[in-house]
Write a protein of this length. Structure first.
Length: 257
């Protein structure tokens, strides 16, 4: 089964999988943030031209995001990012955000100004956002709050509900609850060492991710299956229940309703 790269592939599409010489149908796994283009994944990049070269161009994916991490930022790359999104309404923004590890390359005040421009562009163009945040929760929330205020001084820039994925979440249940109040989706990858159940209770819009940056199909599938298994175990739910949950979150991300 193949899909055009910029086509949004709805979850719960059934496909044939070959294992040990046997074919069987199963529902798709979900990866809400990966650097690996796959029908199972929302494909995000660290900079605008971040297509995996080994794959020879565009690949099928659940949804395509293009982003620009702080350590890769230049004015030229940001202009390229905006041009890419302006040219294709099916490309979303991500990953973008704040990262305190890179203050020697770009000070936090400048990172905040860059992120604000990127979020303003995404809001004006009705795009979903994959948000990167490392040791900068407070400043990131301040920016989101300032763009969520409904007053004439903000030029009508209001973040659409359920349009933001807080990628690679490693925070507390308290922070997860704050994000739930803002209708922000949380994706949890292998780096998270806390309780998924605690985060899920604080913010039910919590989904698995791999954040896989490699190019190996089998390795990506292995990590994704491990994450889904971890979610099922910690939440005491079945594979079908996890699929339905992810499908519901994905539909919110698509429609903003």
């Amino acid at each position: 089964m193949t899909f055009p790269f910029n086509t949004i592939v709805k979850p719960l599409i059934f496909q044939l999988v070959t294992s040990s010489g046997m074919c069987y149908a199963h529902s798709m796994r979900f990866d809400f943030h990966s650097h690996f283009p796959s029908p199972d994944s929302i494909f995000c990049t660290a900079e605008p031209g971040g297509i995996v070269p080994e794959h020879g161009g565009k690949q099928p994916c659940l949804m395509e995001f293009r982003g620009l991490l702080p350590d890769r930022w230049t004015e030229g790359k940001q202009a390229q990012l905006f041009e890419l999104l302006a040219a294709d309404k099916d490309i979303h923004m991500g990953e973008v955000g704040l990262d305190k590890r890179f203050t020697d390359l770009i000070p936090m005040q400048e990172q905040a100004a860059v992120l604000r421009r990127e979020l303003e562009f995404a809001i004006r163009n009705n795009r979903n956002i994959s948000l990167h945040c490392v040791r900068a929760t407070g400043p990131t929330l301040e920016i989101l709050d300032s763009l969520s205020l409904d007053d004439s001084g903000k030029d009508g820039l209001i973040i659409r509900p359920f349009s933001v994925i807080w990628h690679g979440f490693t925070g507390s249940a308290e922070t997860a609850s704050q994000l739930a109040k803002k209708n922000i989706i949380i994706s949890i990858g292998p780096r998270f060492t806390g309780s998924i159940a605690d985060i899920f209770r604080a913010n039910p819009l919590t989904v698995p991710e791999t954040d896989y940056e490699g190019t190996d199909v089998q390795e990506h599938s292995r990590i994704l299956e491990e994450q889904c298994l971890r979610f099922r175990r910690e939440l005491s739910i079945s594979s079908e229940e996890l699929d339905r949950h992810c499908a519901g979150v994905f539909d919110k991300l698509n429609t903003g309703c």
